[in-house]
Design a protein around this ligand. Sequence first.
Ligand code: HEC
Ligand code: HEC
Length: 284
Amino acid sequence: MNKRQARYFAIGSTLVATLIFLGLTVDSHRQFPKLTNAQNITPAVTLGKDVWHKNNCINCHTLFGEGAYYAPDLTKIAQQRGAPYLRAFLKDPSKFYDEQRHRRLMPRQDLSDADIDGLIAFLDWVSRVDNQDWPPRPITVTGSGTGAGKPTLEAAVAGTSTPAAGSTADASAKDPVALGERVFRTAAPACTACHSLTAGADMAGPSLAGIATRAQQTLASPGYKGSATDLEAFIRESITQPSAHLVEGTMYSADGVSFMPNTYDKDLTPEQVNHLAAYLATFK
Ligand code: HEC
Ligand code: HEC
């Protein structure tokens, strides 16, 4: 290559690289409306975004992994928790977490009902932005508080706790317990977003460690309000009609309505619900 050829080569390759760069930039911008569901940005979403900024939620929380790391990432929180839970939580976080057990608190934000509705609409919109499946698992803070009086920063990735007796079996092998274990992790929203399988580690829902034994006691107690007569029926009922019988505690329900999503009845097949019941029945 002589000097002149080298110059043409340099100019030519710079041009090609520039064109590729511009093309990809234009292509990214073309995809934004679809990835962000731009058509779903309603006035409520915009209002919620303003409330989010006004209250500096980002000083403690992250969205899309960006922000402060004091409190859980909220990118998928609307899908993981559902509106009834979020409404009650945002009204009064102290009903849900106590300083003794969780070591870290969300201060009350004194939000109006309209602000809360806006925030829920905003967080719902955020949860539907196409992040190409990030985060791969819910990032929740159990806040079980091992730090000596100080807020602990460790974010526990839900769903990594004790596997059930039969869960080592191959899920493709039609073992209902193994199949149930899989549904437990993959249902939308995932059961693991709210339930741990470790005794005492209550998250947005009660720990399901020992659920089989507890369910038998509930069934036998005079306070039981549902219509199940055996263990697996009780678990099925808990999943498909969460409000049929309520676990006590202000962080689990309000006005007789469970904060557990009531969408599994239509989103899971009866077979999947049976598998979940078989799986959870192994936690004695
Ligand atoms: C001073 C820090 C702080 C601020 C400001 C703050 N939060 Fe929080 N928030 C927390 C902490 C800490 C938790 C977790 C409590 C725990 O796990 O013990 C939390 C939890 C939450 C949860 C529940 C998460 C779950 O797993 O159920 C939601 C929803 C939430 N915050 C929304 C908001 C919104 C919306 C704002 C702004 C209006 C906000 N937060 C402002 C600290 C804060
Ligand atoms: C948004 C949080 C949330 C999600 C997600 C969730 N639950 Fe729950 N769950 C709760 C709450 C809160 C309660 C307690 C209130 C009640 O009795 O409904 C509960 C109660 C239960 C109970 C009854 C526990 C008892 O001691 O009687 C079972 C069983 C259960 N859930 C199973 C599941 C399964 C299986 C899934 C996934 C298909 C699931 N949950 C998803 C929040 C959740």
